[in-house]
Design a protein around this ligand. Structure first.
Ligand code: HEM
Length: 144
C-alpha cells in the first residue's frame, strides 16, 4: 500500500486561501482547493476551517452523508504528523441519506414526480381567467 505524505499542522494551516486550501479531518489532510466552488456548504466554511488546526469536529457536527465521505478520498493528500487518534472525539450526528426529490413536477430530477398545490391551482386559475375573458369578449358589447 502506498504510504501517504506527512504534514505538520503548521504546514496544513499555511494552505488557507481560496486558491490553495487544505483541511484536516480525522488526522487526514485534504486539498479541497478544486472543490471549494462545488462544496454544498459553501467555500467560506472550508477556507475558515483550513486556517484552524483541525476541521474534524466541524465536519462531524454537520452530519455529512456517506456520499460526502466517499468524495473526500478524491482530495486526500496525506496525514497529519503526530495526530492523536484518542483525542478525536466524535460527536457524530447520524449521517443523513441524501435523497434528492424535485419539489414540483416542473423540477428536472430523476426521482419520482412530486406534485405541489401550485401544480393543481395554476391550471384552474388559468381556466377561470380564460372563461372570464371569453365571457366578456363575447357578451360584453351586448350589455353596453
Ligand atoms: C473534503 C471535505 C469535505 C467534503 C468532501 C464535503 C462534502 C459535502 C457534501 C457532499 C455536502 C452535501 C451534503 C452531504 O452529502 O452530506 C456537504 C454539505 C455541507 N458541508 Fe461539507 N464537505 C467537506 C468538508 C466540510 C467541512 C470541513 C465543513 C465545516 C467546516 C463542512 C460543512 C458543510 C456544510 C455546512 C454543509 C451544508 C449542510 C446543509 O446544507 O445542511 N464540510 N459537504
Amino acid at each position: 500500500m502506498e504510504s501517504l505524505d506527512r504534514f505538520t499542522s503548521a504546514e496544513v494551516s499555511s494552505h488557507s486561501s481560496k486558491t490553495d486550501c487544505w483541511i484536516t479531518i480525522h488526522g487526514k489532510v485534504y486539498d479541497v482547493s478544486e472543490f471549494l466552488e462545488d462544496h454544498p456548504g459553501g467555500d467560506k466554511i472550508l477556507i475558515q476551517a483550513s486556517g484552524k488546526d483541525d476541521a474534524t469536529e466541524a465536519f462531524d457536527e454537520i452530519g455529512h452523508s456517506e456520499q460526502a465521505e466517499e468524495l473526500m478520498d478524491c482530495f486526500l493528500v496525506g496525514v497529519l504528523d503526530g495526530y492523536d487518534h484518542t483525542k478525536a472525539v466524535v460527536h457524530k450526528k447520524k449521517p443523513r441519506k441524501v435523497v434528492k426529490k424535485p419539489r414540483s413536477s416542473s423540477g428536472m430530477g430523476n426521482g419520482e414526480m412530486v406534485f405541489t398545490w401550485v401544480d393543481y391551482i395554476a391550471p384552474i386559475v388559468i381556466l377561470i381567467f380564460a372563461l372570464v375573458s371569453w365571457y366578456f369578449l363575447t357578451f360584453g358589447d351586448k350589455n353596453a
